[in-house]
Design a binder for this molecule. Structure first.
Ligand code: HEC
Length: 128
């Protein structure tokens, strides 16, 4: 009888530890691949991409000379290009706007940047 209960305890333990393996976390399975598209903020993710990849040409000072007259500096100015579809078209390269960020080989933004900006636009492009 004692043997059986020890066996039962051992079996239960083994079963519990095996079943705990079924809880997979995406970030742990694919480290570095996770892209969080929830709660994307204009003041955070969107502004960072603009600052790092776009405003060099598209700030108010440089836009006339090297940004094709397109001023994307600040929410209100960017929103014009969100509303006419050019902002999203330019980074997804769907053919309805020039390919951005402009470069010799038309390299796209990292896919996570595009996914986050798309999510922000789908949420109504709030000034958040
Ligand atoms: C090296 C300078 C440069 C960089 C960097 C750059 N752009 Fe541009 N962009 C331009 C120029 C020049 C034009 C106007 C000529 C054209 O349409 O190709 C333009 C045009 C645009 C337009 C209007 C496109 C159209 O078809 O009417 C949008 C929208 C735009 N850029 C967004 C962006 C975004 C978003 C980024 C960053 C991800 C970016 N640009 C990075 C130079 C740049």
């Amino acid at each position: 009888m004692k043997k059986i209960s020890i066996l039962t305890v051992c079996l239960t333990f083994v079963l519990l530890s095996v079943s705990s393996c079924y809880y997979d976390v995406e970030e742990e399975l694919y480290p570095g691949d996770a892209c969080d598209t929830t709660n994307v903020l204009f003041s955070n993710q969107v502004s960072l991409v603009l600052k790092n990849r776009c405003l060099n040409c598209h700030n108010t000072n440089n836009a006339p000379a090297i940004g094709g007259g397109v001023d994307l500096d600040g929410y209100a100015k960017l929103k014009v290009y969100v509303d006419n579809g050019k902002f999203l078209s330019s980074i997804t390269h769907d053919g309805n706007a020039s390919f951005m960020p402009q470069s010799a080989n038309n390299t796209k933004l990292p896919s996570c940047d595009i996914a986050q900006i798309t999510a922000w636009i789908n949420a109504g492009a709030p000034n958040n």
